[in-house]
Write a new protein. Structure first.
Length: 107
């Protein structure tokens, strides 16, 4: 039996507008995924929607409050071969790895 379960995803969204990104997405991404805003996935499948309670929210706020703002470049452009989903690799990766590790330990 296959059970379809919707899960939540923790993502990092840019604070500032990234010039040219939306135009690029509209031109080159030809699937419904182009409507998903630019983001960095930090932790996927970490909680079911009904598991997001006040305790989880407090932990996320604590992590966000203790994480300094950081900048990174996202390149080169690549795609997953089976889905054709485009992605950019962050550089430097260390701040994102640190945030992902902190999040995984605290959720």
């Amino acid at each position: 039996m296959i059970r379809d379960v919707n899960r939540s995803v923790l993502c990092l969204f840019p604070e500032k507008v990234i010039n040219g990104l939306e135009e690029f997405r509209r031109r080159y991404i030809i699937n419904p995924g182009r409507d998903v805003p630019f983001h960095v996935t930090l932790q996927d499948n970490f909680l079911l929607p009904n598991e997001i309670d006040e305790s989880a929210i407090k932990k996320l706020k604590r992590i966000a409050g203790n994480t300094p703002v950081f900048e990174f470049c996202a390149k080169p452009l690549s795609s997953f071969p089976t889905s054709k989903v485009l992605y950019l690799s962050p550089s430097p990766v260390t701040p994102i790895e640190r945030l992902t590790t902190t999040t995984a330990k605290n959720i």
